[in-house]
Design a protein around this ligand. Structure first.
Ligand SMILES: Nc1ncnc2c1ncn2[C@@H]1O[C@H](COP(=O)(O)OP(=O)(O)OP(=O)(O)O)[C@@H](O)[C@H]1O
Ligand SMILES: [Mg+2]
Length: 334
């Protein structure tokens, strides 16, 4: 039943190809691959040779000479560089299954529910060019719901919010399909960008992407502990005033509105989606609440903002960063 409803035939590999991280699982195994979605190419123009991919590249971001080019294959949840996506998928699958013939593998790949035909087509092309035999795409909120352990096949509504790095998707699911869905092409990365923009504009201080992400993680931990007034976040980068390397501290209180503004957009999206849901499904969701999945579900402020805006019970799924991958895997198993 589930396989029919998801529209997926028998497959061997499930791939959660994310803006920040990619996970690969097989129908029989656990998560075989879980690395950042990053490529490093030789040369400063497209078409160079892939030098490194995944975890190795993380520490290289913002630290390369002109001889190397760091590329994220995806931007805001969808493919932005087809050659990088091809090479990265080949790397991820090879890392998972070794030197076996890739053509014999049938894969299912997660995709944002509202990806356009062109975005889906580009992903299918990249996967075929990577050497995969046949490829089917599955909407990520459906996979996330299955991975979170929800029974999506019943005539009973449930609601999921998949909180990633590049996209945040909310969906009301019943009878194996999405009855209502909404998304913001922004997620954890947008919070990082808002923090680095704020530091740039207000404090004339530049930080790299990895530093901005670390500041975000430190900040949300401090805010959730409720000690924001007294705690400062330290960071290192380059002062635009002196042009020199430097360090600064900023109070969590000063940065709090920057992340809260972004998070409020998610709560607004959820409220607008709930206003379109049928009364019977609303009744179901009133009873079951909302489940959060994805890496950014670790940000407790997201769940709190959604709970405050809706009055509903909001909880975070077990193993939330892996729900899409595990849901795709369970789809394989049926
Ligand atoms: N403890 C944490 N606190 C704050 N943010 C976190 C934490 N752990 C992970 N994140 C954020 O979660 C995001 C990564 O989540 P995930 O791996 O689900 O994204 P993705 O699948 O690559 O992206 P997408 O599905 O949007 O394409 C990053 O923005 C990361 O900073
Ligand atoms: Mg994701």
């Amino acid at each position: 039943m589930r396989r029919l409803l998801m529209g997926v035939g028998k497959a061997d590999l499930a791939i959660d190809f994310g803006t920040a991280n990619t996970r690969v699982v097989t129908s029989g195994g656990g998560v075989l691959f879980d690395e950042p979605s990053l490529c490093c190419f030789a040369g400063d123009i497209s078409g160079g040779e892939l030098i490194a991919a995944g975890t190795t590249v993380r520490s290289m971001v913002n630290r390369t000479s002109g001889a190397l080019r760091i590329v994220r294959p995806l931007h805001r949840g969808v493919l932005s560089d087809i050659a990088a996506a091809r090479d990265y998928l080949a790397y991820a699958v090879r890392s998972s299954v070794g030197q076996r013939r890739l053509r014999s593998f049938r894969a299912v790949i997660g995709v944002p529910a509202d990806a356009t035909g062109a975005e889906r087509g580009a992903l299918l092309t990249a996967a075929k060019d990577a050497g995969l035999g046949s490829v089917e795409l599955v909407a990520e909120p459906l996979a996330a719901a299955i991975g979170a352990g929800l029974s999506i096949d019943r005539p009973q509504g449930c609601m999921i919010i998949e909180c990633g790095a590049g996209v945040t998707e909310a969906a009301v699911i019943s009878l194996g399909g999405m009855c209502e869905a909404a998304s913001i092409r922004g997620g954890g990365n947008a919070l990082d960008a808002a923090i680095s923009d704020y530091l740039h504009i207000r404090h004339k201080f530049l930080v790299g992407a990895n530093t901005a992400e670390q500041v975000k993680c430190d900040l949300v931990r401090i805010l959730e502990n409720g000690t924001s007034a007294s705690v400062e976040v330290s960071l290192k980068g380059r002062s635009l005033v002196t042009g020199l390397p430097g360090a600064m501290t900023i109070s969590a209180n000063e940065l709090a509105p920057v992340v809260e503004k972004q998070i409020a957009e998610i709560a607004d999206m959820v409220v607008a989606l709930l206003a379109r849901v049928t009364p019977e499904l609303s009744r179901d969701i009133y009873g079951s609440g909302i489940i959060l999945t994805g890496g950014s579900a670790a940000i407790g402020l997201v769940g709190k903002a959604v709970a405050d805006a809706t009055g509903l019970n909001v909880s975070v799924a077990d193993n939330h960063p892996h729900c899409v991958a595990l849901g795709l895997q369970r789809g394989l198993a049926h």
